[in-house]
Write a protein of this length. Structure first.
Length: 382
């Protein structure tokens, strides 16, 4: 398509010029009258402008130039003396850009209005899940599944809808995993995670639980020799419980330490807290476990951390293959949605959860329904 602008002292004059240069097949896309020169639009000379295109496929919707010279159409437009002529390609690109924008807007509106399609109880449930920090997209998905499963008459019964929701969440959580023993073999379990989440305290709780209740022979290894207090912390627990503790000072000594405990049923390795953003510390951890690979690596995360940070931490620690997750400090928050978000996004299973500083009591292996109920919280649908 060829587009061109012609200006004359009258419309017939502009049309004559257009005919001469563009031929009889040209069509008028736009025409206007404006004033040139003068002051503030006064006293200027009248000018007549037409914009004309030649394109075989463009005859509909625009005037043909073979109209009688003085039978022009006048489109009154605000008098702007600036008028640009775009090439057909530019126009097409603009249209494409606008189409993309409309598409993007529609997707956004779709996302935001999903909750509008829920029934009253669905909306209440959605709001409640989001208030428990369940990610909006995930909450939407859960409520949609709940509404699909509810029989027509049950949709109005909030208690029923709520129970269905617990079921759906439990399915997403899946069965939590305990430490897995292989008959006649020593099981080596390492706890890794950011600083201060409760790795050492959790090892003390687990060691007590397995030695006192399950009568397993336990060995403890600590790699956390950065701080004297860290070794002492575990040593105190080891002494109280009468469990052997080995302190590994050099990376090369871990393998020998694990072998020395090969007659133990369960060996826990405590590691120094690491900042997942410190690449050097992460590389060191990878090197340690290459030499003596644990049977299980458990990532310890605090339930008080927000979802995005939990996911980021998981991704960074996952250069070491993480088998399951222990969530700590459940007693420090009332919103457990971040646990669901993390499990859903990482596809890992929960193992234990801890809910206080007391060794050995404040640790539990909840099942999927209990976890789902906990995430659901006290929701009365009000
Ligand atoms: N409220 C609460 N506090 C906890 C829980 N677990 C651990 N803590 C406390 O969190 C603090 C840090 O615990 P540690 O076991 O030393 O944490 P860590 O991950 O070993 O720390 P680093 O070795 O320094 O990385 C201590 O004061 C613990 O008592 C829990 O479930 N609830
Ligand atoms: Mg520690």
């Amino acid at each position: 398509m060829k587009i061109k602008r012609f200006v004359g002292d009258s419309f017939p004059e502009a049309i004559r010029q257009a005919k001469e240069q563009m031929g009889n097949d040209a069509v008028i896309l736009y025409s206007r009258k404006y004033k040139e020169g003068g002051l503030f639009g006064l006293f200027g000379r009248e000018k007549f402008e037409i914009t004309v295109a030649v394109d075989e496929n463009y005859r509909n919707g625009a005037e043909h130039l073979t109209i009688p010279a003085d039978d022009y159409i006048e489109i009154s437009e605000p008098d702007s003396s600036q008028f640009e002529v775009h090439s057909a390609n530019e126009i097409l690109q603009e249209i494409k850009l606008m189409k993309d924008m409309v598409e993007e807007l529609r997707e956004r509106i779709d996302d935001e209005s999903t909750q509008d399609i829920f029934g009253r109880n669905g909306r209440l449930l959605f709001k409640h899940l989001v208030s428990q920090n369940v990610d909006e997209k995930l909450a939407s998905r859960i409520v949609r599944t709940v509404e699909e499963r509810a029989e027509a008459e049950q949709v109005h019964d909030y208690a029923h809808v709520r129970n269905l929701c617990v079921q759906v969440m439990a399915e997403l959580i899946r069965k939590p995993r305990d430490i897995e023993f292989k008959k006649g073999k020593s099981r080596v379990v390492a706890l890794i995670g950011p600083t201060g989440v409760g790795k050492t305290t959790t090892i003390a709780k687990l060691a007590a639980r397995f030695s006192l209740i399950e009568k397993k022979k336990i060995g403890l290894i600590t790699l956390d020799t950065y701080r004297i207090a860290a070794v002492e912390q575990l040593k105190i627990y080891a002494d109280i419980m009468g469990l052997p503790l080995q302190v590994v000072y050099k990376p090369g000594d871990l393998k020998a330490a694990v072998e020395r405990f090969s007659n133990r049923d369960l060996v826990f390795i405590d590691t120094a807290g690491r900042s997942p953003r410190n690449d050097e510390q992460m590389a060191e951890l990878v090197a340690l476990f290459q030499e003596a690979e644990p049977d299980e690596v458990i990532l310890v995360l605090s339930a008080t951390t927000k979802s995005e940070d939990l996911l980021d931490t998981f991704k960074r620690f996952n250069i070491i293959k993480i088998d399951k997750i222990i969530f700590t400090k459940l007693d420090e928050t009332n919103c457990y949605g971040s646990i669901l978000n993390t499990i859903h996004r990482t596809k890992k299973r929960v193992s234990y959860v801890t809910n206080g500083q007391n060794v050995p009591d404040d640790i539990e292996l909840l099942d999927d329904i209990q976890l789902a109920q906990m995430i659901m919280g006290d929701d009365l649908g009000l």
